[in-house]
Design a binder for this molecule. Structure first.
Ligand code: IVH
Length: 674
């Protein structure tokens, strides 16, 4: 079948215009960025192959903009970046540049940066005062969002006395992932429609008529480029821009790295993609820029993008797929949770075919129906999420989904939802699905962590009558287990060992395993710490329970109801008899060795995660700021530290130490001599 290129170009333009409108005007995209890029790409290629079809107002030449804010003409256009979707395309870019540089002339070093998935902003300072902030718009004319940008905490409003006459700083405004998740958690609780992703939420928050709405959201930005500058020291390298911006108090990202070869750029890209989930902000790629500003000038720009920079795009984290069905799973304690059954789709590094939909209201606010094409996203690290339907692809007569009225187990007991509760429950005490789910939950990793005690094993044991509740896990007849097909001597012994080991998991995990309605994992650990022993929780009255920080009245009531139930108390006594540890964690007092000290960490450490390194510093009374200043006690450098931090520390004479010296510093409070 041949496709008429003119017809396809028209179709693509219409589709792109539609999706631009959804994205820019409504902040409600229907397709993923990756799918959108593919449309633009196909159109760009068709226009290149058929120049007679190219027109000035093609979406390949413009980006969407709206008329809500006053227009601002950029003195220097805000260009976009050329993109490479794989290393071959990067190599092609590099080869082109080497050729363009001319025989015998080196390109020199590259500056590698992350490509933040936020919204580009230009902030203009005159004699050190922030006078105007604008969005990128179509690159030539943007929108005046000064009042909104002025509410962003880490955008300097006033620079020091050494500020130049004119300084235009460009950077990316974003919403930290942790703030985005907290915002959505609150909306989920309130039964409100969830925001699609941090980028759109940041864009929506920034483009508010009422700047106090912007102020209520924790937006941030990273500065990464200079625009118009007058009266500033002459810089010769892009990497110096970061040092300069940092010295003026602008937040620069700590992953910036100067490298010397194209291979090292590719290594940076690969590393950045592998570590993208370590950051509390979204990235959709990494950027390489030629470091030498003289070389940048010589290479020049096209009508869209500078030749001296390229964005390497990461694998997309949002994709569209078919919603095959919505089913309901029954958890321990009978909670009925709807989940999406999806046509398998590779997103965010793994194949997704199921995603929780939380409860009936969430299915309603997401407005999805079996048969819909839906957008799927990997939220945070691992949990896949259905964002919503692609309405333009919905069949006209697609029926709405309704919550099942009965449990799918053999008892077919009605599912009920009580007032004020978002969840449905099957309240039948002998529901076999509930029983199995509870035992499985008890043995799961976050609870008693019994290896080899997954769904299949639980179902096998309950079906054989070897197990009927969680206490039964510690009363198992291993001889009978050994008779079951597939359970050899070694697997029985392994199972016995891991069950025995689980007895010592401690109160926090035990509380999780007890499966108390409304009590989440962190609440369980808080309780364990606060009470120190299960019996103290069992004896506590409602008021005492509710007074624990992070518990509150709903959980307190649920705890009381749980521990007033004879059946539950019977199970607990059997757990005690089996020797399960009912004690909470010992509260260890750490020496305040770092009181009054500020320690900045840059790059990956071997024995600390990002969180644990912060914890190690703050629990000892120290501070762990994000940037180096005169007040910094030491800069700890790990794998791939941020270049600007290292330079800054060197400039200011702040000691730079490695991980081993850091460990010593934690213990002694003294920076070991280098
Ligand atoms: S430099 C002339 N650096 O990507 C180059 N842009 O497609 C100007 N972006 O509009 C941009 N991270 O919103 C640059 N480290 C980074 C970036 C970055 C994200 C965005 C920015 C820009 C778009 C270009």
């Amino acid at each position: 079948m041949t496709v008429d290129p003119a017809a396809r170009v028209a179709e693509l333009r219409a589709q792109i215009a539609h999706h631009n409108e959804r994205y820019f005007a409504m902040d409600a995209p229907e397709i993923s960025d990756a799918d959108f890029d593919l449309l633009v790409r196909e159109l760009t290629e068709l226009e290149a192959a058929h120049p007679e079809l190219a027109v000035a107002d093609s979406p390949t030449q413009t980006v969407g903009a709206s008329a809500t804010f006053a227009p601002v003409e950029h003195e220097i256009p805000m260009m976009s970046l050329d993109k490479a979707f794989n290393t071959d395309e990067f190599d092609n870019w590099h080869t082109r540049l080497v050729r363009a540089a001319g025989e015998g002339r080196e390109l020199g070093s590259f500056v590698c940066e992350l490509k933040f998935d936020g919204l580009a902003i230009s902030a203009r300072y005159e004699n050190g005062t922030l006078v105007r902030a604008a969005t990128r718009g179509d690159g030539r004319v943007g929108e005046d969002v000064t009042a909104n940008v002025a509410t962003i905490a880490n955008v300097p409003k006033q620079l020091g006395s050494d500020a130049p006459a004119i300084l235009e700083v460009r950077g990316e405004v974003y919403m930290p992932i942790s703030d985005f998740n907290a915002l959505n958690d609150a909306r989920r609780e309130a039964g409100e429609q969830l925001y699609a992703n941090p980028r759109n939420t940041a864009a929506g928050s920034l483009r508010q008529k009422d700047a106090s709405v912007t102020a209520s959201r924790n937006l941030r930005w990273f500065a990464y480029q200079l625009g118009q500058v007058e009266g500033a020291p002459t810089l010769t390298r892009h990497s110096e821009t970061f040092e300069y911006l940092d010295s003026l108090g602008f937040p620069v990202n700590d992953q910036v790295k100067v490298v010397e070869s194209a291979d090292a750029v590719k290594a940076y890209f690969a590393d950045a993609e592998a570590r993208r989930h370590e950051f509390d902000y979204e990235t959709d790629g990494a950027v390489a820029k030629i470091d030498s500003l003289a070389m940048q000038r010589d290479l020049g720009v096209t009508s869209h993008h500078p030749r001296w920079a390229i964005a390497f795009k990461f694998q997309p984290e949002e994709k569209s797929t078919k919603l095959i069905d919505i089913q309901v799973s029954i958890g321990g304690k009978g909670k009925a949770t709807p989940f999406a059954v999806l046509e398998p789709v590779f997103v965010g590094g793994s194949t997704v075919q199921m995603a929780t939909l939380h409860n009936e209201d969430q299915v309603k606010v997401k407005n999805i129906r079996p048969g819909d094409t839906v957008l799927v996203r990997k939220a945070g690290d691992v949990i896949p999420e259905v964002l919503g339907p692609v309405l333009s692809e919905r069949a006209p007569d697609l029926p709405e989904w309704t919550f099942p009225t009965h449990c799918s187990c053999e008892n077919h007991h009605p599912l009920s939802r009580s007032e004020g509760d978002a969840a449905h429950y099957c309240l039948h005490p002998t529901c076999p699905i509930q029983r199995d789910a509870w035992i499985e939950h008890f043995a799961a990793r976050a609870a008693m962590d019994i290896e080899g005690f997954g769904e299949r094993t639980v179902q096998l044991f309950t079906a054989q009558g070897l197990l009927s509740d969680i206490a039964g896990v510690y009363e198992l007849d291993f001889e009978a287990v050994g008779q079951i097909e597939g359970f050899g001597e070694i697997s029985v012994r392994n199972l016995e060992t891991s069950i025995e080991a689980s007895k010592g998991q401690g109160l926090g995990r035990l509380l999780i395993g007890l499966n108390i309605r409304h009590l989440g994992n962190s609440g369980a650990h808080v309780l364990a710490k606060a009470f120190g022993h299960l019996d103290k929780i069992i004896e506590a009255d409602l008021e005492t329970l509710a007074s624990v920080d992070g518990v509150g009245p709903t959980i307190a009531e649920s705890l009381r109801a749980y521990f007033d139930d004879e059946i539950n108390l019977g199970i607990i006594e059997r757990l005690r008899a089996a020797g399960v540890d009912f004690n909470g964690p010992e509260v260890i007092e750490v020496d305040q060795t770092l009181e009054g000290l500020a320690i900045v960490v840059s790059g990956g450490l071997e024995n600390f995660s990002r969180d644990s390194v912060k914890d190690a510093i703050t629990s000892r009374g120290g501070k762990s700021p994000g940037s180096v200043s005169k007040k910094t006690t030491a800069l700890v450098v790990g794998e791939s530290p941020g270049a600007s931090k290292v330079t800054k520390a060197e400039e200011l004479g702040v000691p730079i130490i490695d991980e081993a010296a850091f460990v010593e510093l934690l213990e002694t409070g003294v920076v070991p001599p280098g």
